[in-house]
Each structure stands twice: as structure tokens, then as C-alpha cells.
Write a protein that binds this ligand. Structure first.
Ligand SMILES: [Fe+2]
Ligand SMILES: [Fe+2]
Length: 267
């Protein structure tokens, strides 16, 4: 078997260093409870998980049918994030609410950007796609929300942002090696989103860190929240493979007329 197309372990460590340096520059030292809770989600994955993720993502990036499914999924995830932030805006003090409102605007913009990227990747389906996602904050959070939920909700958003940031870094790296005709355009779209996401990761990590410093019950709560995300990388692998299987049926039934790859003679 050939080696994985990308060293995701190294990429995750690099992201970790970037975040830590940025926090240090802002005078923020991460709490041991933060590091302990987040490590299993982010840095201490088994090597075979990283390898499986690298193979699955390389398959996805180079197959526009599978990639389309992921871009639709990202558009929905961004809309879900915006719904959670909408709830948090209504239940926060004015200074946090202002930051959250900017964050929500970013997520709604990202959702539209991903929908429009779907058209460039798979123009045949431009008429099919859902344009609005109906999501409720409580459904997305998975439990009833009350006024004590702002901090746990922010912690959950933070871990989701971290995962998203790493996934986007994976896509950028694979797109920069791809010769698919949509690779250059999609790279610039995802790079723009990734810049915003790195800011979301930074400010939400500072929020969670402060929460852990101030609240006694924060440690266990954050550990449980982080733990609930630990299996998500395997879910990513599973859903990419599931899409590859279902899209194979679609491709067989509907032959594609748009070339997948650039003609090297045109380079
Ligand atoms: Fe986003
Ligand atoms: Fe975000």
C-alpha cells in the first residue's frame, strides 16, 4: 500500500503550535484542563486514524461527486453554527453578543460560499441543491438550552471550530497537490474561509480558557464536551466512504460530460 498522501499528525501539530503562539502573543496561557481535554480530540489520535483520514480526504478532493456532497455538508454545518450563535447572541451580555454577531455573519457567508462552490465543482447539480437550511439551536446542541448554557455552548462551538479548521487545512494541502479543474478556484474559496475560522478558533479558545479559570465545574463539563467529539474523525472517514459508494451508483446512471482533470498540455 502506498503511504498516506498527507501527514495529518504533523499538520495537526502545526495547527496546535500556531494556536499556542497566537495565544501566547496575546498574553494567554492555556489551562492544563484545556490541554488535557482537547488533546484526545486533536493531537493524540492513533496513527491509523490519521492515515485513514488522509486516504479518504484525498479520494474526496479528487472526486467531484464526493466533494460536492462534502461542500453541501459544509454549507449545512455553517448554517447550524449560525443557528447556535443566534441563540448565544440572544443570551449574552452586549460585548460578547457583538463578537458573536460578527461570528454569525461569517458563518452565514461561509454557508453561501460553499453552496456557490458546489456549482463550480458539479455544475450538473446546480438546480438540485437546497438553498436554505432549517436548523434549530436546541436540535443542533442536542439538549435543551437555558441561560446557563452559554459557556458550554461556546465550548462546543470551539471544539467544532477546531475540527473544522483542521479539516480545512487538510483540504487546502490536498487541493494544492491536485490537478482537478476546480482545484485552484476551490483552494481560494477555502483559504478565505480558513482565515476566518482561524480567528474563530482563537477567540473561542480564549473564551473557553477563561471559563475554565473562573468556573469550578468547567473542567468536567469541557472534558465531556471534548470527549463527545473524539470519534468524529472516524465519522469523517465513514461518511466520505459512504458518499463514494452512493455516488458511484449515480455516476454509473448519469455519465459525466465535464472533465475532472486539467489537460496537462494546457499547463
Ligand atoms: Fe465557518
Ligand atoms: Fe467558524
Amino acid at each position: 500500500m502506498s503511504p498516506p498522501p498527507l501527514d495529518i499528525g504533523a499538520l495537526a501539530e502545526q495547527a496546535w503550535d500556531t494556536l499556542r503562539q497566537r495565544l501566547t502573543a496575546a498574553g494567554i496561557a492555556l489551562q492544563p484542563a484545556y490541554i488535557e481535554a482537547i488533546t484526545p480530540v486533536w493531537r493524540a489520535l492513533p496513527q491509523n486514524a490519521f492515515a485513514a483520514l488522509a486516504f479518504a480526504n484525498a479520494l474526496m478532493i479528487n472526486d467531484r461527486f464526493v466533494l460536492y456532497r462534502r461542500l453541501m455538508d459544509l454549507a449545512r454545518e455553517e448554517a447550524c453554527g449560525a443557528a447556535l450563535l443566534g441563540w448565544a447572541i440572544d443570551h449574552s451580555g452586549p460585548s460578547l453578543a457583538e463578537t458573536l454577531a460578527d461570528h454569525r455573519k461569517d458563518e452565514l457567508r461561509h454557508s453561501r460560499m460553499y453552496l456557490s462552490a458546489c456549482d463550480s465543482v458539479l455544475p450538473e447539480r446546480a438546480g438540485d441543491r437546497i438553498r436554505d437550511f432549517e436548523v434549530s439551536a436546541e436540535e443542533e446542541f442536542g439538549q435543551p438550552l437555558d441561560r446557563d448554557s452559554v459557556a458550554p455552548l461556546m465550548a462546543s462551538i470551539h471544539v467544532g471550530e477546531l475540527r473544522n479548521w483542521i479539516n480545512l487545512s487538510i483540504y487546502l494541502s490536498l487541493l494544492s497537490q491536485s490537478n482537478c479543474i476546480y482545484a485552484e478556484h476551490l483552494h481560494s474559496v477555502i483559504k478565505t474561509v480558513e482565515n476566518d475560522e482561524s480567528h474563530h478558533v482563537f477567540y473561542t479558545s480564549a473564551f473557553v480558557n477563561k471559563w475554565l479559570m473562573e468556573e469550578n465545574c468547567g473542567d468536567e463539563s469541557f472534558r465531556n464536551i471534548a470527549r463527545s467529539y473524539a470519534g468524529c474523525w472516524w465519522n469523517d472517514v465513514a461518511r466520505i466512504n459512504r458518499w463514494a459508494a452512493t455516488e458511484r451508483d449515480f455516476k454509473a446512471a448519469s455519465p459525466c460530460h465535464v472533465p475532472d482533470h486539467r489537460d496537462p498540455r494546457q499547463d
